[in-house]
Structures are given as C-alpha cells and as structure tokens.
Design a protein around this ligand. Structure first.
Ligand SMILES: Cc1cc2nc3c(=O)[nH]c(=O)nc-3n(C[C@H](O)[C@H](O)[C@H](O)COP(=O)(O)OP(=O)(O)OC[C@H]3O[C@@H](n4cnc5c(N)ncnc54)[C@H](O)[C@@H]3O)c2cc1C
Length: 819
C-alpha cells in the first residue's frame, strides 16, 4: 500500500469503485481505494441489479441517466461484460393519481432527455403478454403505464469489476482486506488514515462505506444521516409460462413495476425475482455494523411480503405455481428523504461523502461522475442540492433517522404528490407559536426538521391536505390568504430562516469578497447578495443587513442552515478579524405584510414608519409591543408593504398576540407557505434552491442589479464577464400559462416553441390567486425571452399555450413595497 495519495476512497462497493474510476477519468491517477474485505462485499453483491431511470428529482434523474449511458459504454471501453440486459422497464398505473404522477415525471424526463412512452393497457399486453390487465374484484384494472425502453438490469459485481479494471489501468491502486480504523486531520489539511495494513496520508478522503456510514462518519467526527433498512427480494424457480413464452421466441420481458402494489418484478433464469417495498421493514445497524456481519444476509421474512406476493400472483398468473428458490434479505442504506448523500462533508476540509445509496447500482455512475468533478474542479457540473449531504442538519438524531428511513423505504412506491408532506418523526423543530397556529387551523408541512404552516383551514373546514397534482381542497383558502395580504394585512411565521451574526473589524471586507453584490456600507441598509460558484452559478442567497459598524445580520433559506454555515465557516479568515455566530434558533421571524402593515406597526412601536424615516430595503433595531431588540427589516418575499420582524425567541408569544391585537381592526390573519408561493410567483421572485441554483448565473437569472462588476474580486466574476462578452445561454422569464382549468405548473415543466422545439424549463410555477393567472417561471434560450413571445408549456402531459409576461407581473413598479 502506498503511504501517500492524492485521494483515498474508503469502501469497495460499486459507489467507491465508480468514484475511483471517475477520478482517473478526470486525470487524477494518484488515487487509492481501501476495502476492508473484498470488492462488492457490502450491499453491492446481493443487489437485484435494476437500473430504473424513473426519478421525480431533476438532479437524481440526471445522475441515473448518466449511469445508464455509461454502463452501456463500459464493455467496449473495458473489455469486461457487465450483463446489462436492456429489457426496458414498465411501470403500471391503476389509478388516475398514478397516471398524473407519470405525466408530471414526463416533464422532468423531457427536460433531462430521458426517452419514455406513456402507453395504453393494450400496449402493455403487447409488450408483456403474461400480464393480467385486471379489472375484476381482485385485481385493479391497468389504466396505462410508463415505459422506459432504455433501462433494464445489470450484474452489479460485473459492473464493479469493469469500473475497477478501467481505474486500475489508469493508475489507481486498490487494496482489499484493508480496513480503515482511524482518521486524523494534519495541520496542513491532509488526512492521516490508520488501517490494519499501516498508515496512509491523503489530500482528500471520500467515504463510500454503504452500511458502515455511521461508524465511518464517527471516525471523522460526523454524524452521517444514513442508516440501512432491510430489503428483500424473492427468487423463484423456473416458470412454465415464462419458459413457454421464451421458447416460442419471446424476447426478455421488461422489468415490471406495479407501484400501486409496491413491488418490482423481473426475469431471472426462466424464473422470476419479486422485490416488494413493504411496510414494517426495520432499520438495522443504527449504532454501526457488528463485527460478525460480513458478507451476510438476514433471515427471510416472507410473512411481511405476503400481501405483495399475492398482488403479484394476481397480476402475473402462474406465479403461484412457481416455487420459491431463495429470499435475499440484505441491508440497504437509506436517508430520511431516500436520496443519497453526495458532496462535501460539513465542517471538515478535504472530506467527501458518497453514502446513503438505496439505488446505488443505478446511481453509482452519476454520483461518481459528479463527485469526481467536484473534487477535481472544485464544483460539480450540475446542481447537486437534492443530494448534497448538507441538506440535513444536526436535528437528524438516531431516532429521527430510524423513523424517517423506515418511512422513506416504505414510501418508495407511494404516489409522490407535489404537495406531499410525510408524517413520521414529527414534530422535530417548532416555532414557539406552533400551538397558536394550530388553533388557527394551521396545516403543517415540514422542511429541514421545522414545522411550517402551509395553509390555514378556516373554521368549519377540516385542517387536512388532500394531496394532488391538481388544484385541491386548500386552493380556495390559499387564495383567501393571498387576497388578505394584497388587500389588508397578514402574518407569515418564517422562524425557520437561517440566521447568522457576522461581527468584527474584518466583517465587511470578508462578506463583500464572498458575494457578487456590494454588501451594505451604511448602517441600516439591506442588500440581497449571492455567493457564486467559479462557473458563476448561484451557490447561496443571503439577505445582508448592516445593523451597526462591524455588525452584520445575514439571513438565508431555512433549509440552508448547514449548507450555508459550512460555506461561511470554511472561509473565515484565520486572523480572528471576523466572528460568525449561527443564531438560527435564538430568533423568531414574523412577516407582517399588506397595505395595512404600517397601521399595525404604528400600534406596536414608537419608531417613525413613514417612507423617509423607514424606507424600503432598510432595517432598524426597534421595540415592538413588549419585545426589545427586534430587527425590523423592510423587506419581504410577497411583494407587499411590510416588515420582517426578527425578534429574540423568548418574545414570540407576546409579540404574536400584540400583532394580532393591533391588527384586529384591519382584518389581520395568518398566511402560510402556499400563499407565499403564489404571491412570490406574481412578483417573479426567484427562490433559492429551485429557481436559483448552480445551474444558472445571476445574469441568466435576470438579477444583474444584484451584481456589482465594479467592485473588487469575488468568486464567479470571470465567468460573469465571459457571459457579458459572449452572451448568455439562457434568460429568465415569467409565463402566463393559458387554458389551465385544474392543473397548474409547479416546476420542472419543459418549455417548447409553438412548433414543438424544446427551448427551456420552468423551475417553479403556481396559480397567481390575485392576478387570476396560472404562472410559471424559468429559463429559456434568450431569443424566446421577449415579453409577448408565444411559447408552450407541458403541464401534466398536456401542452398549453403560454405567453412571456413582464418580470413581476403584479405591481412591476413595486408601488406596494414602497407605499
Ligand atoms: C436486497 C437488495 C436489493 C437491491 N437491489 C438494487 C437494485 O436492483 N438496484 C439498485 O440500484 N440498487 C439496489 N440495491 C441497493 C444497492 O445494493 C446499494 O445501493 C449499493 O450496493 C450501495 O453501494 P455502496 O458502494 O454504496 O455500498 P456497499 O456495496 O455496501 O459497499 C461499501 C463497502 O465499504 C466497505 N467498508 C466499510 N467500512 C470500511 C472501512 N472502515 N474500511 C474499508 N472499507 C470499508 C465495506 O466492506 C463495503 O464493501 C439493493 C440492495 C439490497 C439490499
């Protein structure tokens, strides 16, 4: 074993070997992989080898597509067969919501370029002659299906070996029977790893340890939010029906999934493999994998699988006559949202994570590709927020992970509605006024562990979501909340915002070097600032207020707490001139907005509130009601006159009651996240994480007014200069989508020209309740961005006429904000 390497990858499953392979493809050959036993000895050896292209996430969909394309090339590239059976993959639908899910997915697939077909029951039968289309009392009727002709299944061990062969040929070293037992960071930032074969130092370390992620993380001082869950599949003996079909010249049948019965099904040596995702599968190894667990499996738990077995028997008659040859029950790594953890480790330099893979055979190629890009180039090539390990925070306790990972496993095949809010392990984090909001009818959702009111059910209305891809039970009530904010006054509880205090003599210069805008230099000024990647993409968005000399208040998205904290912390100057404090948990936030917001505020504070004394985009430290030290910021995300009140958390109850008492005569009421979504769409306000990501620069995003090329250097500046010289590949637009009766765009819809050419993608969409228009925002090629351009947006499979509107179609002059 070498004593030093540029990168050490820990773990020789398919994910580790793919990472190694991709590092060599990026030209780094001084790379070493350490595997405690032998390659594929973890989950990889017993995986069923399915490669589903289907994924509702734009990011994960791209990773899967890359993998499938790569795996097809590998045999020619390496001379190693990978047994990729391109059988196609058929997902049945037996209810309208399932078809809606497929139609929604089709939008994502179109923007990624994944080929698919929505097919009829007759076409299902043609493709899969052994299927029972149902329609009787026992078996629900198939009403259609989603067909991917390009995927299928692969031999995971062969795939790993092909990647291994190519990596070794390019200079990578692989050491089996080499267990990493300790890690220490050297003062220069390198890692010194202790193994049973001696020590090795590395500039970078990548964790790819599958089921061992918890204990590997501990070695590095991290609580990695991945805990495996049991997953089983049944291997059947030969099927006479299948044999007859194949002997008659039938081609290998497509992988069959019946999500409404939660199972996958494929051919295996003239028999079948049936893999259910069942309720009750337990999380395992929450405290680490015991030393006796090697290349082992758990005993089969057939009882748990029976409802799915029976459903499959009804769908594929003849299955009940096949004997069970084996049950494979192995640990499968899981995270609370079911997506993997791919990216930098938080709080540690030169440490990378590629863990938590539950579809690791499918994702390994794409995850290795992007992680290698990130390590070598300093940035991934695509937006990776959906899989970034820092999307979870310190709230992911062991119990939380056990509950959430079991839920994520159980829900693999449930319909993933756009307004879905999963139930388990809640509440974790609540605003102090949570109970008050409940009493006001709040229907909560959850983000980054925080309970947030999505909408408020008025008296007599059941406070419950009926999830849908279409307008549903809360539509009218959200509309009323929107109108209240536009016409009277309303309150939104945004306590989950991430909040930092940045102080010290170096604070201003340091912050200014991190962002593209000029940070405010005058006390009381507020600026919207973006931290960019080297390629000019938007990494983070901060609202920065100068509270006093050497004292800044920095606010970002609630879900970005660990992501932004890690970014800021890793860049702090070593000279101690700047102090960074994460004060997220110690301040609450109420947004008070609407034309009567000033009247309400006037009853709470003695501070003059007229435009000259308290202009838009300024902030003051005030007293409000009985609360002191309240940061009152005259900004909001709904485009109304108003203030965000950021107050010491202990004042929450009193301040809330005072606001409501003051606002009673003006018809004050609460509004939730869905009203905010509608209102911000009417203002074309871009949301960090969906509209503003690494995929686009602020210039493409139409945010040039927040970029100051005339100031000093900042990351991403050169890329922006190049765009200014060469032109931008994309422009941001707001669209009115015509002819919508019940399904509004919600993001991830492809945008076409009227003659059907794909020219862009909607990143968000919603119904604008006050404009009474169905709206979408997103990016198109610049030649299609002029106001009035006629385009087409595909919403739930239907192509709808759309017209480019002015930016901020509601109140483009911002008269409300400045009122
Ligand atoms: C029954 C079953 C069926 C599945 N079917 C599919 C499927 O059809 N399609 C699909 O995409 N996915 C499937 N999966 C999931 C898939 O198996 C995993 O996602 C994938 O194998 C994960 O690969 P990995 O490299 O991350 O982890 P692993 O394969 O578990 O590899 C991790 C490696 O790290 C090594 N290691 C751990 N700690 C150390 C250390 N300290 N030092 C050195 N080495 C260490 C381990 O020995 C192990 O070899 C299935 C899983 C199960 C259980």
């Amino acid at each position: 074993m070498k004593s030093h390497a540029r990168v050490v990858v820990i773990g020789g499953g398919v994910v580790g070997v793919s990472t190694l392979y991709h590092l060599t493809r990026k030209g780094w050959s001084d790379v070493v992989l350490l595997e405690r036993t032998e390659l594929t000895a973890g989950s990889t050896w017993h995986a069923a080898g399915l490669l589903p292209l289907f994924n509702m996430s734009y990011t994960v969909g791209q990773l899967h597509k890359y993998s499938v394309d790569l795996y097809k090339r590998l045999p020619a590239e390496t001379g190693q067969d990978v047994s990729f059976h391109v059988t196609g993959n058929l997902r049945l639908a037996t209810c309208r919501d399932r078809m809606d899910e497929y139609k929604k997915y089709c939008g994502t697939a179109n923007t990624i370029g994944v080929p698919f077909q929505l097919i009829s029951p007759a076409e299902v039968k043609e493709l899969w002659p052994l299927v029972n289309l149902g329609g009787d009392a026992d078996t629900p009727a198939v009403i259609g299906a989603l067909y991917h002709p390009d995927d299928g299944h692969i031999a995971p061990a062969d795939l790993t070996m092909a990647l291994r062969k190519a990596a070794r040929a390019a200079g990578a070293e692989i050491n089996e029977q080499t267990e990493v037992t300790g890690a220490a960071q050297l003062p220069g930032g390198e890692w010194q790893l202790t193994t049973n074969k001696g020590e090795i130092t590395a500039e970078h370390v990548v964790l790819c340890t599958g089921n061992y992620a918890r204990q590997t993380g501990r070695m590095f001082g991290l609580k990695v939010p991945a805990i495996p869950v049991e997953h089983q599949y049944i291997v059947y003996d030969e099927s006479p029906e299948l044999k007859a079909y194949r002997n008659a010249g039938g081609r290998e049948l497509a992988v069959l999934r019946e999500p409404d019965q939660s199972y996958y099904f494929r051919e295996e040596r003239m028999g079948w493999i049936l893999g259910p995702y069942e309720a009750g599968a337990p999380a395992r190894f929450a405290d680490g994998v015991p030393s006796w667990f090697g290349k082992d499996l758990f005993p089969g738990e057939l009882e748990r699988l029976l409802p799915h077995v029976e459903a499959a028997q009804r769908r594929v008659p003849g299955l009940e006559r096949c004997g069970i040859k084996d049950i494979v029950n192995g640990p499968i790594a899981y995270t609370p949202d079911g997506s993997p953890l791919v990216g930098p480790a938080w709080g540690k330099r030169n440490l990378w994570i590629n863990e938590g893979h539950s579809f690791g055979i499918t994702a390994a190629g794409g995850a290795g590709w992007q992680l290698a890009e990130w390590i070598v180039e300093g940035e991934p090539g695509i937006d990776m927020l959906a899989v970034d390990p820092r999307r979870f925070g310190a709230y992911t306790s062991k119990r939380y992970l056990v509950a959430k990972n079991e839920e994520a496993y159980r829900d693999v095949f449930t319909i993933h509605y756009p307004d879905e809010e999963r139930h388990d392990a809640r509440p974790v984090k609540t605003s102090p006024v949570y109970d008050k909001l409940r009493r006001l009818g709040a229907v909560f959702g959850q983000r980054y562990g925080w309970e947030r009111a999505n909408w408020f059910a008025p008296e007599g209305v059941e406070p419950k979501d009926h999830w849908s891809f279409r307008r549903t039970n809360y539509f009218e009530h959200v509309g009323n909340e929107c109108r209240r904010l536009r016409e009277k006054v309303g309150v939104i509880d945004l306590t989950p915002f991430t909040k930092f205090e940045v102080t010290g003599p170096g604070a201003e210069a340091w912050l200014d070097g991190l962002v593209a805008n000029k940070v405010p230099t005058k006390v009381g000024r507020i600026a919207l600032c973006h931290a960019l990647t080297k390629r000019g993409g938007i990494r983070s968005e901060f609202t920065i207020t100068k509270l006093a000399d050497h004292h800044y208040y920095v606010v970002s998205a609630g879900a970005a707490e660990r992501y932004d904290s890690d970014f800021l912390q890793k860049r702090l100057p070593a000279d101690g001139s700047v102090t960074l404090r994460n004060i997220t948990g110690s301040r609450g936030v109420f947004v008070l907005a609407g034309p009567r917001a000033r009247d309400v505020m006037a009853k709470l504070t003695d501070v003059p509130l007229d435009n000259a004394s308290f202009p838009w985009l300024t902030g003051q430290v005030i007293e409000a009601g009985l609360a002191t030290d309240v940061y009152a910021l005259r900004v909001n995300f709904v485009g109304a006159l108003g203030w965000e009140l950021h107050f010491p958390i202990e004042y929450a109850h009193g301040l809330f009651d005072a606001i409501f008492a003051a606002g009673a005569e003006y018809g004050i009421g609460m509004a939730g996240m869905r009203a905010m979504e509608s209102l911000r769409m009417e203002k074309s306000y871009r949301m960090w994480g969906s509209d503003l990501t690494r995929d686009n620069t602020p210039l493409e995003g139409g945010l040039a007014r927040f970029v100051r090329m005339d100031k000093g250097p900042f990351t991403g500046r050169e890329a922006l200069e190049q765009q200014q010289q060469n032109g931008m590949p994309l422009s941001f637009i707001t669209l009115e989508v015509h002819g919508v009766t019940d399904a509004d765009p919600l993001g991830n819809e492809p945008i076409f020209t009227p003659d059907g050419k794909l020219v862009g993608r909607a990143t968000s969409g919603y119904y604008g309740h006050c404009l009474r228009k169905s709206l979408a925002i997103g990016y198109v090629k610049p030649e299609f961005a002029a106001v009035g351009t006629e385009l087409v947006v595909e919403v739930l499979g239907e192509r709808k006429r759309a017209t480019v509107l002015v930016d901020s179609p509601y109140d483009p002059q911002n008269a409300d904000l400045r009122a």
